[in-house]
Design a protein around this ligand. Structure first.
Ligand SMILES: [Zn+2]
Length: 79
């Protein structure tokens, strides 16, 4: 993903790429592929690098907290 590649060098640009990717998805009615989906914050759309996230595992649920907007995304995982 382009946003991931760009993030290291230009953190502010990756946000823009996420916006573009979202736009494409909504226009073409294509769902965001799963591995890509978990790369972005669902709420504020920022690219989730390990520096801005906090990940917790609890009772089969993986909770990722976006430290930029403070909200959480949850998804189940298999043990
Ligand atoms: Zn966020």
């Amino acid at each position: 993903m382009l946003a991931a590649a760009v993030h290291a060098a230009h953190p502010e640009r990756s946000y823009r790429y996420v916006q573009i990717a979202k736009k494409i998805c909504s226009r073409t009615r294509v769902r965001m592929p799963r591995p890509l989906k978990r790369l972005f914050c669902k709420h504020c759309g920022s690219f989730l690098s390990p520096a801005v996230t906090r990940v917790r595992l609890c009772d089969g649920v993986l909770t990722t907290t976006c430290l930029l907007c403070g909200r959480q995304m949850r998804r189940p995982y298999r043990i």
